[in-house]
Unconditional design. Structure first.
Length: 191
């Protein structure tokens, strides 16, 4: 039992060890763990906040490790002092901050691309499709980040606001494309 009372956070911990060769099972474990939002606390040790979906996920990952000739154990646990909780939460936030920063960079690039093509009056369906695909990728990426953002802060709100700016800019660009291609008349409202 820990000394930090009811404020203790629970964790699900996976301890996994795989043979050095072939490397593909280790890469698969790494990719799956990262995709779920897990952080590596040591070589072969992954942690997620406690909860049934995370227990099922790490238990399944442990089975995958064993199927590929490794050893793996999944545990529900709490930290001994509570100090570890703060460090683990900080690492989760750091990982998400990096993802939000990259998403922000890509969102700003989309806004710049739309502004550049507007300045050039390059209102074509091909350009519209390309920018729609970029926005769809950003939207899907934000959804993935949000799912694994267990300790969210302002970055989540900022990313959602940026995506909304991108949507609005694309709507404006779409209206110009429709006008340029003769699909919408000057008097029609924008979509």
């Amino acid at each position: 039992m820990s000394d930090h009372g009811d404020d203790a956070r629970g964790w699900v911990l996976l301890l996994a060890q795989l043979p050095a060769s072939p490397s593909s099972p280790r890469v698969t474990v790494w990719r799956r763990a990262r995709s779920a939002g897990a952080i590596g606390v040591q070589n072969g040790a992954w942690v997620l906040p406690d909860g049934e979906p995370h227990v099922r996920f790490l238990t399944g990952l442990a089975a995958y490790v064993r199927e590929h000739g490794g050893t793996a154990f999944a545990f529900r646990t709490t930290s001994a002092t509570g100090l570890e909780d703060d460090e683990i939460v900080a690492r989760f936030r750091s990982d998400r901050a990096k993802e939000y920063a990259e998403l922000t960079e890509r969102g700003e690039e989309l806004l710049a691309e739309l502004a550049k093509e507007t300045d050039r009056s390059n209102f074509t369906f091909a350009e519209l499709e390309e920018n729609e695909q970029d926005l769809d990728r950003l939207s899907g990426w934000l959804e993935k980040i949000t799912v694994r953002d267990f300790f969210s802060d302002e970055r989540a709100k900022d990313a959602a606001a940026l995506l909304e700016r991108c949507r609005h800019a694309l709507e404006t660009f779409t209206a110009e494309v429709l006008r340029a291609e003769g699909v919408a008349s000057e008097g029609n409202e924008r979509p």
